[in-house]
Ligand binder design. Sequence first.
Ligand code: ADP
Length: 450
Amino acid sequence: MSFPNKKTFSRKRSIITTITLWYSFFIFIILIAVVIASFFVSRTISETAGQRELQSQAIEMVEELDEDDDELEEFESFDDGIYYAIYDSSNQVLQGSFPHFFDAGLPFKPDKISDVTNNGRTFQYYDLAIANSNQWLRAIRVKNQMGEGLRTLLTSVIIVLPLVMFFVIVGGYLILKKSFQPIKKITATAQEITNKKDYSKRIAVSDKGDELTNLAQVINTMLASIDQSFKREKQFNNDVSHELRTPVTVILSESEYGKDYADTMEDAKESFNVIHRQSQLMKKMVEQILELTRAENKTQLTMETIDFSQFVNQFLEDSKRLFNEQSIFLDTQIEEGINLVGDPILLKRLIDNLISNAVKFTKDKIRVSLSQSENNIILSIKDNGQGIAKQELEKIWHRFYRIDSSRHTKGVGLGLSLVKEIATLHQAQVRVESELGHGSDFKVIFKTNR
Ligand code: ADP
């Protein structure tokens, strides 16, 4: 006996075959048991009936013989499976017939059904004295001889059984095969995706709504999400390369100019200035990309309950000098005692980015408000700057999106993407209301019952 072989064999056999074999085996056993049981039951019933028939037929025959002596000439020695014989008083056969192997010379056993076995065959006989004569009638039947009905039953069972088995096995196999079809499709699609690296493929799902179609639907949803992040990743890589190309090209051409053509210190300084500006832009971009990637990959947030009112107040207090330097009037409406569950470092980045933008774009005033309703906590940062055109309101949340470079903001277009990412991580929503020339109001809406 070797286990590895056994293991290989069972692994190769499909689930469908295993299930089909399993239930076929049991149905077969049950059917065989039913046939055997019905055979024995029918045989017992037929035996009792045969015995009763032997007795009643013998009595009837004796009565007929008694009524009319002429009956002797018309005497039928075999009728309906029963043999009859007439004996004289000294046990000599006068006429009649006997089944094969029956010993005709057996002594009389009056009024009693007796069994006798000879040469492997069992007989039943019944002796009766014929009235008004010295003669005897002996009726004999072969025991355990299958009746016509029983034989028909067994024959039909023997024909029907394989037919029933055939339909059960083939029917069950086909049903199973059809039910397992989605698994085949799942396997084929997964294989195709692996081979072609094409995550846009989906499993064709029927509307049956059974367990396997549900599984296929879940896998499709998972594939859609993988596909989406795959595409996003690709787009992000493209964007990063594209965004870095400009400063790198400027740095290269400026350094080349400085190396080959700058005659005076002034010329050289100017080139260095350009290179320095572009390098700083690149540094900022790389930092923001890193931050964004970190936020995106943050599967485990360091969540804690924060006194958000105090948190925002503290941030504004720390930024006071920035507002003063730029002569910005800060108006605050912070409701006291608002608690929020969140990641403090990320929330600080969120507030920082929104405030930096407001400082960058405002005319002279910023209003920061924090309020709580039954379901939401709303943080709003409003400025009275140049505002954003309606058609731009959607796009500003996209990575690397900057509204026309003539604004000279030196931004890299990643700040609001980061704000949105952090908000999503906190199951919060971002909104912006803005009017060109009048200012913008950025809102982050947190849910209170998270
Ligand atoms: P950046 O880092 O370049 O500021 P952001 O993602 O933060 O990029 O912003 C995207 C664009 O949205 C900016 O280029 C800017 O034009 C616009 N924007 C953001 N905040 C404001 C604001 N408070 N007022 C006007 N425009 C804004």
